[in-house]
Every structure is written in structure tokens, then in C-alpha cells.
Design a protein around this ligand. Structure first.
Ligand code: FES
Length: 158
């Protein structure tokens, strides 16, 4: 059964006080909970947040299902998201995603058997002029990626 840490709970309470409506605190609360739950938001997480935030589970689920940055199933330690929106797609984003999936023996969105990686395609990551771009976990962005750079990264990530 998922429970936020004392620190996580405190941060969620602070967000609840900061915003005019409780619903505005759902996104930051989901970020905290996802991080504390190994990178994904399980039904247990939603139930716990609903209790802590005193909000119906449906309100949390609406936000959870709308935003792609929240994972609805377990992900590997390194969640590599490859942008395949217009600029990145034109610069080879789909080829990179296909290449990496084939190298790791997974399909899009699947976790490797050793739990190291999940590869997914993402919408625009906000740096179209340095396409193709990838994101690793929450805040690591890498620009101008090619197959050699991808190989180097995958070899480094344990
Ligand atoms: S299209 Fe890939 S960063 Fe914008």
C-alpha cells in the first residue's frame, strides 16, 4: 500500500495551501508521488493522494490520464522518451526510437526484462531547434541525438 513519505506529505500540504483550489495542486502532488513510487502512478497512489488531498479519486484520475508525463504502468530505472513530434520526426526521431527498441529487444512503452530501461515516444519536448531530442526520467534532456550518442548513453546507464 503506497504512502507518501513525511517529507512528500508535507510538500503536498504546502501545495494545497499555495493554490486557490485543491485541484490546482494535483499536478505537483502527482509529480511527488510518482517519484516516491519508483517512477509511476499506481491505483494505490491515486487512492492515497485522494485521502491526503481530500479530493475524489476521479479528479486525480482525470489529470493522471490527460498528461503524458505521468506513467500509468511501471517503468525502468531509465525512462528514455524520444521526441517524435514534427521537428524531431523530420530529424530522425522515429528511426532513433526504432533503433533503440530493437537494440534493447522491447516494443514502444515496454520495460526491458532487467528493469533498466523503458523506451517511449514523446510529444514535443520544447527544443525543436536542437532536434532530435530525448528526455531521460524527469529532468535530463539531451539534444542533437544520433545513434552513436544513444549507444554511448545506453552503455553508461546502469
Ligand atoms: S519536436 Fe521534438 S522538441 Fe519539439
Amino acid at each position: 500500500m503506497f504512502q507518501l513519505s513525511a517529507d512528500g506529505k508535507k510538500k503536498v500540504q504546502e501545495y494545497l495551501k499555495r493554490y486557490e483550489t485543491k485541484r490546482s495542486a494535483i499536478i505537483p502532488a502527482l509529480y511527488i508521488a510518482q517519484q516516491e513510487n519508483g517512477g509511476w502512478v499506481s491505483p494505490d497512489v491515486v487512492k492515497h493522494l485522494s485521502e491526503v488531498m481530500e479530493l475524489p479519486m476521479t479528479h486525480i484520475n482525470e489529470v493522471l490520464t490527460f498528461y503524458t508525463m505521468f506513467n500509468k504502468k511501471p517503468v525502468g530505472r531509465h525512462h528514455i522518451q524520444i521526441c517524435t513530434n514534427v521537428s524531431c520526426s523530420m530529424a530522425g526521431g522515429h528511426d532513433l526510437a526504432d533503433y533503440l527498441c530493437e537494440r534493447l529487444g522491447v516494443v514502444d512503452g515496454e520495460m526491458t526484462k532487467d528493469g533498466r530501461f523503458t523506451i517511449s515516444r514523446a510529444e514535443c519536448l520544447g527544443s525543436c531547434d536542437t532536434a532530435p531530442v530525448i528526455q531521460i526520467n524527469i529532468d535530463d534532456y539531451i539534444e542533437n541525438v544520433d545513434k552513436a550518442k544513444l549507444d554511448q548513453l545506453v552503455n553508461q546507464l546502469k
